[in-house]
Write a protein that binds this ligand. Structure first.
Ligand code: GLU
Length: 296
């Protein structure tokens, strides 16, 4: 049993990401299970600086006390595991371009995901061969419109219809949804604390976990951190990473106090460490939306 934090090394972590990492660590410690860190660098070929960014992310996490129990796992070194999982799933080849899907599919859902309309599921062998000659196929699961309900610690029951989502892209890269589920199963992850932008992906991932013969973890999706005008906090909001904040005289310790304060666990100027926050942590309490920087 374990918890984990799994950043993608696309850019430096901002205070919202760090806060999610803190909640993930606190939840694992509170449950008495190890807390792992996994670098989700499957897109490393597209993100050239991924190793450097990941190294900075790990250093920033360590600076606020979030050090992994055990070795950091890098997804880019586990491709065999993902391929083996793909081979155990019901899948079919899909030759559709983005454009074709957009034309055939219904409108995107709230989370921007456009359910795949199943165009390539029933192709004849001849049609398949013709299309394969045009472009390399992606691989989709054959989910048969499964309806899956998962439990989120704070949001309660979340139900979603699982569409035939991609598990291997047509450039050969394994998809995020696949890798995350394979890793969580393989690493014995039983609790997943992460940003609530992934809440709507959890029925899909639970379906995959079950299709691979496993059980999904307990989910706990942490609410957004927003900027002063209520939009999701992003790098472009200015001073949001530890490095940005250091430039304004903020130590990692002061940032941790702010994070603890946003969770209702300490005063904003109270010197704390993770163990002090843990002593006051109640896993049943949902972290509130945090506006950053906090008004003075
Ligand atoms: N790597 C994903 C991200 O940074 C998170 C995956 C997860 O926690 O399941 O958005």
């Amino acid at each position: 049993m374990a918890g984990r934090f799994a950043p993608s090394p696309t850019s430096d972590l901002h205070v919202g990401n760090l806060r999610t990492a803190v909640v993930s660590w606190l939840a694992a410690r509170h449950a008495g299970v190890p807390h792992l860190i996994r670098v989700e660098d499957l897109d490393a070929t597209r993100v050239k600086a991924a190793p450097e960014v990941a190294t900075r992310q790990l250093a920033d996490l360590a600076a606020i006390g979030v050090v992994p129990d055990g070795e950091v796992v890098w997804q880019s070194r586990r491709l065999d595991l993902y391929e083996a999982a793909v081979n155990r799933l019901p899948t079919y080849e899909c030759y559709c371009t983005r454009r074709e899907i957009a034309e055939a599919a219904s409108a995107p859902h709230d989370d921007g995901h456009r359910p795949y309309p199943g165009t390539c599921r029933e192709l004849s062998a001849a049609a398949r061969a013709a299309r394969r000659a045009e472009r390399p196929p992606a691989l989709r699961v054959d989910a048969r419109g499964a309806v899956v309900t998962v439990r989120d610690r704070w949001a309660g029951e979340v139900t979603g219809t699982v569409d035939d989502f991609v598990v291997r892209r047509n450039d050969g890269a394994h998809a995020y949804n696949l890798a995350v589920v394979v890793d969580d199963l393989e690493q014995g992850v039983t609790q997943v604390v992460r940003g609530d932008d992934l809440l709507t992906s959890s029925p899909r991932q639970a379906w995959l976990a079950r299709a691979l013969g496993g059980t999904e973890p307990e989910y706990a999706h942490v609410g957004l951190v927003t900027n002063a005008v209520g939009a999701r906090l992003a790098k472009r909001d200015g001073v949001v990473t530890l490095a940005d904040l250091a430039g304004q005289g903020w130590t990692p310790g002061r940032v941790l106090s702010l994070i603890g304060n946003s969770l209702g666990l300490c005063e904003a100027d109270e010197p704390v460490d993770l163990d002090a926050l843990l002593a006051r942590f109640d896993p049943a309490l949902r972290p509130e939306v945090w506006v950053f920087p906090p008004a003075r």
